[in-house]
Ligand binder design. Structure first.
Ligand SMILES: Cc1ncc(COP(=O)(O)O)c(C=O)c1O
Length: 435
């Protein structure tokens, strides 16, 4: 991609030059790079409600929301106060603390099929532990994942992964030994026939199937009717565990998990993002009989110096309490639907190769006429150059989207009718002139 000077953020450009010398690619997570959309990353200095402000004080309406955690928007007063109080009482103890108990009670109350939970520090850690636990519990090694789903950056889950790998055009990461992925089967999302085929041959060796119940790391892809139910049936029949990776979807589509919403109970669930309210966190939970295999009760080891960190828990607990009390979900879904309807109406009027998919407060605008998009293979049709042009045009006008075609946009409780109206106006204008 040609380098495009980002005139909007001059202080940001200077910072990026300094960063590039010392930090690989200038970023601490590849998804923050602008390589697929052109230009330099914008350096954000402040967030307030639905807005972020860059180092040149330019304001953007934020639809990235820190990649999902900020469902209440930036710096929500109650969350900030909870963090301040927790920090003033001590940042970390390495001992048991009351908030761990409060969080465990909150999670198991809001997601009744979570009988026990363990707090960790990131979504990656939650998934790593869930996989180890599934292997330890079943005594089997093989796992099955779906093409385009991202489950964090553990070696064996970087095969055919979505998110940053997809954006960077990398099918799997270097540095992952063949042995680490030998035990991983990969199927196309929504392709239950492919899963059945693998199960008919290897069902007795499969420890777990891991899936994003609504996929959010190849753009937004919904499970087709019967897909998750079939996974549940197949895993149950063969004694494998079903893991719903709800790091994105947990508390994003309702004040609970997507499994609870759709009525399918997985054996294990992984959580992150929203349950930390913007602080580093992760959790896994599920049936007590399985969770009790974790150390110190059982033989499956997991540990963490900062696991269940009290400051992160303070932010998470406050966020979950607000979500439970205020139930912003219908409003978030209404806003996302408004964007979806507008884009799709314009696209059909003008026969444009673009369409929008939404679920709850999440949405993706895909630059392809092909629909529905059921799996990664179909999503590869998207015109990433067109997305890049769209992204830059929105950025210029004060809309901050995730800098990749293969991600989702997040609407927060802090977005107003006016914010959504502003985006809608820009979309109308863009789709009238371009594409
Ligand atoms: C579905 C899913 N699982 C796991 C992860 C990894 O979480 P983290 O980045 O907190 O390690 C992510 C991150 O985006 C994710 O979207």
């Amino acid at each position: 991609m040609k380098k495009i000077g980002n005139r909007q953020s001059t202080i940001g450009n200077v910072l990026f030059k300094r960063a590039e010398k010392l930090i690989p690619g200038g970023v601490n997570s590849p998804v923050r790079a602008f390589r697929s959309v052109g230009g330099n990353p914008v350096y954000m200095k402040k967030g307030q409600g639905a807005y972020v402000f860059d180092t040149d004080r330019k304001r953007y309406i934020d639809f990235c929301g820190s990649w999902g955690p900020l469902i209440l928007g930036h710096a929500r007063r109650e969350v900030v106060e909870a963090v301040q109080k927790a920090a003033a009482d001590g940042m970390s103890f390495g001992t048991c603390t009351p908030r761990e108990v409060e969080m465990a009670e909150l999670l198991t109350d809001m997601v009744p099929y979570l009988e026990m939970v363990r707090m960790v520090t990131s979504g990656t850690e939650a998934v790593m532990t869930a996989i180890r636990l599934a292997r330890g519990f079943t005594g089997r090694n093989k796992i099955l994942k779906f093409d385009g789903c991202y489950h964090g950056h553990a070696d064996y889950l970087l095969v055919a992964a979505g998110s940053g790998l997809l954006t960077g055009g990398i099918s799997s990461s270097a540095g992952v030994p063949a042995g680490a992925v030998n035990d991983v089967f990969v199927c196309a999302y929504n392709d239950i026939a492919a899963v059945e085929k693998i199960f008919s041959k290897h069902g007795n060796d499969i420890a777990a199937v891991i899936v994003e119940p609504v996929a959010g790391n190849m753009g937004l892809v919904k499970p087709e009717l019967g897909f998750l139910e079939s996974l549940r049936k197949l895993t149950k029949k063969s004694g494998s565990l079903l893991i719903f990776d709800e790091v994105i979807t947990g508390f994003r589509l309702g004040p609970t998990t997507y499994g609870k919403i759709c009525g399918i109970t997985p054996d294990l669930t992984t959580l992150g993002k929203i349950i930390g309210g913007g602080m580093p966190i992760g959790a896994l939970g599920g049936k007590a009989a399985i969770m009790k295999k974790l150390a110190p009760l059982g033989p499956v080891y997991q540990a963490g110096t900062l696991s269940g960190n009290p400051v992160a828990l303070a932010a998470g607990i406050e966020t979950l309490k607000i979500l439970k009390k205020e139930n912003p979900y219908p409003r978030l879904a209404k806003f996302a639907k408004k964007i979806e309807c507008l884009v799709n109406k314009k696209a059909s009027e003008k026969r444009l190769g673009v369409h929008c998919v939404s679920e709850g407060g999440m949405f993706t605008i895909f630059f392809t006429g092909r629909k529905p998009l059921r799996n990664l293979e179909e999503i590869r049709d998207c015109d990433t150059a067109k997305f890049a042009d769209f992204f830059r045009s929105m950025l210029k006008k004060g809309i901050y989207l995730s800098p990749s075609q293969f991600e989702v946009g997040f609407i927060s409780a802090a977005h107003s009718e006016k914010d959504i109206g502003y985006l809608a106006g820009l979309l109308k204008e863009y789709l009238t002139k371009k594409v």
